[in-house]
Structure formats: structure tokens, C-alpha cells
Design a protein around this ligand. Sequence first.
Ligand code: IPD
Ligand code: CA
Ligand code: CA
Ligand code: CA
Length: 268
Amino acid sequence: MARSALLNVMVQAAMKAGRSLSRDFGEVQNLQVSLKGPGDYVSQADRKAEEIIHSELLRARPTYDFLGEEGGETKGTDGAHRWIVDPLDGTTNFLHGIPFFAVSIALERNGEIVGAVIFNPAMDELFTAERGGGAFLNDRRLRVAARKKLSDSVVATGIPHLGRGHHGKFLVELRNVMGEVAGVRRTGSAALDLAYTAAGRFDAYWEKNIAAWDIAAGMLLVREAGGYVTDLEGGNRMFESGTVLAGNEYIHKALKDVVHRPAPAIGG
Ligand code: IPD
Ligand code: CA
Ligand code: CA
Ligand code: CA
């Protein structure tokens, strides 16, 4: 697997931030934590990781735009490129001592994602993709799962918390999906949900109320692993709508139909 120089810069930035997160994870009880909104935490670990990534990426390409979850957007002079970064995806897991979180870095060129790195430091799993070059877990090429039947599938989602999203509507979707699949999982990291879909560990994944930094890198991983990624309506407006649906061609379609099915009768 030959990585471009730019992907190597992204990998180095993700691994450096990952080492910082691992150190902070070992002392998680001493971290300063604040609330950004109901149920939405941010810690020194998130901020430190974003600073590391920001300085590594901008050192290599000072003219690119940078969008990070914690620092917001800064404009460069380049006009074509933008880094999209979630320094710590899975903050709630992290702060609860659950070793399931990741750094997510995507490179966008003229509105299209062309490079992706997702790194889970606790499991030492590095997911990478470049447009047209395939998706990889460490050195192994990835392929989405081949399952064709929803009834054999394990599907991941994100459960809205504390006033985020429309809980009633989500419960209808979840009930519909639960009735059709072999299992539903909620991991707490959208980036890893997509990386696991690319790796064929999950057959599909859907979520609403999601931001560009949660999904930008994972979207390319799934596509480069041969999968489909759309918004919940089947279109290409993932960032604008804040919704995402990913899977192989069969399960993607089947899940979309089930998610949109009207509520079953009470007791059904
Ligand atoms: C969150 C995680 C989670 C998803 C939330 C995201 P954060 O990101 O990706 O799985 O359900 O919608 O906000 O805040 O831990 O970076
Ligand atoms: Ca967050
Ligand atoms: Ca996130
Ligand atoms: Ca985050």
C-alpha cells in the first residue's frame, strides 16, 4: 500500500494526537471538563489533540482551510482545500473510561473528500483511504460486508441524547430496524461506526444530527471499501442535512426503506 505524501502528513498528525489522547486517557479523572450544551462535553484532551492536529497539518499546508470541532473554521488562501477534523470522536466514552474513541481527519478538495484517516489509539487501529486508492486498516485492504439479507445484518446507529434530535421519531426508526436485523449497536463514535462499516464489521450504519467532522473521513473509507454513503433520503447532502446512511448496496437500500417505514401499530 503506497500512501501519498499528504496522506502521510495526515497519518502522522492523527498518531501524534492519538498519543496525546492515550496519555490523557490514563489520567482522565484529572482532566478539566466543560459543557458545550446539554450532554455535550469537551475536555482539555479534545482541545489539546485539536491543537496538535492543527499545527501538524497547517505546517505542511499553510494555505488550506481548517474546520475543527473545537476551534471552528479558519480560512486559508488556497480556495480549493479544507481539512475537516474531529480531534476526539467519542468524548463521552473517553470521559467514562471506555476505550472506544478515535481521531478523525479528512481532506476535502473542491467539495469532495479525497483523503481520510481515522485512528483508534486504544486498539492501535489505523484506517486510511485516498480517493481511487482503496481503504485500509493498517496494511490490510478493506471491503464492506457481502451480506445481502437485512435479517443477517448487524447495524450501528447513534442514539440522540438530552434534547438532541427528535427522540419520538428516532424510537420509531429504531423499532422498525430492531424488527428486521440480527443486531443493533451504539458505539458512541460515529467515525468508528463508519470505519467498522468499511471493514465489514458492521453491515450498515445510520445516524441523524451529525456534523461534518463526525463523518467526513468515514464516508470516504466506506466508499473506497466498495460501499454506499448517502444522506437519509438517498441524496448527497450529508453535511447539510446532518444525516448519514452507509452500507453495502443491498443493506444500504434495505435499511433506508425500513428507516422510512411509518410507525407500526401499538404492540406491533
Ligand atoms: C459524537 C459521537 C457519537 C455521535 C454524536 C457525536 P463527539 O461525537 O460521534 O457517536 O452519536 O452525534 O456528536 O462529540 O464524541 O466528538
Ligand atoms: Ca463533541
Ligand atoms: Ca464527533
Ligand atoms: Ca469530538
